[in-house]
Design a protein around this ligand. Structure first.
Ligand code: HEC
Length: 105
């Protein structure tokens, strides 16, 4: 009797997890998730308020800035931030911010 009770309790989370899997397709794009980590210092989508402007930069400028920060010796906050991402993550962040910053949130 008690075994049956336990097993039905264990099965429920499994069923919930399986049901949730197709929902993964509806997750926000990777660039949005990665760029969310910049918001604490640069505002949502880089639109401020916050430290230096991210809004208004093109994807290639952002990518160049971040790669430079990542490779130069650590001197300031951004040099440490940039080291947290692979080059392809930096590309995703740059593409996302360039498309979404600039005042329209
Ligand atoms: C902990 C706070 C913090 C976080 C998080 C942060 N930044 Fe910064 N960022 C700064 C500060 C401070 C500066 C200005 C001084 C410097 O370069 O360190 C800056 C400067 C910049 C600049 C240069 C702007 C200019 O015009 O010179 C860019 C581009 C930038 N950040 C992008 C990003 C991106 C993209 C992320 C997310 C991956 C991010 N930052 C996360 C604090 C942060």
């Amino acid at each position: 009797m008690s075994v049956k009770v336990i097993s039905s309790k264990l099965l429920l989370p499994c069923a919930v997890a399986l049901a949730a899997m197709p929902g993964a397709q509806a997750a926000p794009p990777a660039g949005q998730l990665l760029a969310a980590q910049c918001a604490q210092c640069h505002g949502t989508n880089g639109n401020g308020p916050g430290f230096d402007e991210v809004a208004g930069k093109s994807a290639s400028e952002l990518r160049k800035d971040l790669l430079e920060m990542k490779r130069r010796p650590v001197e300031n906050i951004m040099d440490r931030q940039a080291r947290g991402y692979t080059d392809s993550q930096i590309q995703l962040i740059a593409d996302y911010l360039a498309a979404h910053s600039g005042g329209d949130h």
